[in-house]
Ligand binder design. Structure first.
Ligand SMILES: Nc1ncnc2c1ncn2[C@@H]1O[C@H](COP(=O)(O)OP(=O)(O)OP(=O)(O)O)[C@@H](O)[C@H]1O
Ligand SMILES: [Mg+2]
Length: 232
């Protein structure tokens, strides 16, 4: 993927909350079986890489909806994961709320994540099967010191916002459909009222009722809270 494939849906040029510059992620091509067996130098040393993301630059302003569009395997998920700090870029910079967050770790990264959340492409792998929906949704709030009372009220608010019922809070992700699981992931991402939500194909697993509202419903929801969101 290159920078020309990014699609900025807004004309906003000032008040950027996210600025991505020349972002790259190269994965070394693993050595083949025979290479490993013979203990030959790894292919990466010979300069063989998968160029998952190559020189991507874009910026997102306040209240802006930004779509990153491209064919399968072009690097959308990899870009999303780099922005929220789940994987480290090979090179390039990520600025968020005026601060360079490219190589943050630990507490600093945690503080940034309060305002920078992600909804994953695959809701099956993103939800811990041992946690109830209530626990999944309240986990980010626990890390930021919300009281039990505050969490309880917020869980009900969030479930309602994404179209789930209060009694769903005590059930486990396996008891839900793919679309409902996607809603659980959205509720979790909204829990801390972040300034930016990175959505990796957020409607790919939504059920037919929601998909018919599709891309118009989610941006509305996020815009309503004056958040910015990014879709891929
Ligand atoms: N951990 C990894 N190791 C090696 N290559 C990887 C890794 N993760 C992704 N890739 C490769 O990087 C490229 C981009 O992958 P990515 O998942 O970002 O694509 P995508 O645009 O999200 O695709 P899709 O639309 O199918 O979800 C692909 O060629 C993929 O095979
Ligand atoms: Mg993807």
């Amino acid at each position: 993927m290159n920078a020309n494939e990014t699609l900025n849906q807004s004309n906003a040029t000032s008040g950027m909350i996210l600025e991505v510059k020349n972002l790259k992620k190269y994965y070394p091509v693993p050595a083949g079986f025979l290479q490993k067996y013979r203990k030959r130098p790894e292919a990466s040393k010979a300069g063989k890489y998968v160029r998952a993301v190559d020189e991507v630059s874009f910026s997102i302003g306040e209240s802006e909806i930004f779509a990153l569009v491209g064919e399968s395997g072009c690097g959308k998920t990899t870009t999303a994961k780099m922005i929220v700090g789940l994987i480290r870029p090979t090179s390039g910079q990520i600025g968020f709320l005026g601060k360079d967050i490219t190589s943050l770790r630990g507490r600093e990264l945690k503080n940034v994540r309060r305002n920078l959340q992600i909804v994953f492409q695959d809701p099956y792998s993103a939800l811990d099967p041992r946690m109830t929906v209530g626990q999944v949704v309240s986990e980010p709030m626990i890390s930021f010191g919300f009281s039990r009372q505050e969490r309880k009220a917020r869980i009900l608010e969030l479930l309602n916002e994404v179209g789930l019922r209060p009694e769903h809070a005590s059930r486990y992700p396996r008891e839900f459909s793919g679309g409902q699981r996607q809603r659980i992931g959205i509720a979790r991402a909204l829990a801390l009222s972040p300034k930016l939500i990175v959505c990796d194909e957020p409607v790919s697993a939504l059920d037919a009722a929601w998909r018919s509202l599709g891309f118009s419903a989610l941006p509305w929801m996020f815009r309503f809270g004056r958040r910015s969101s990014r879709f891929s």
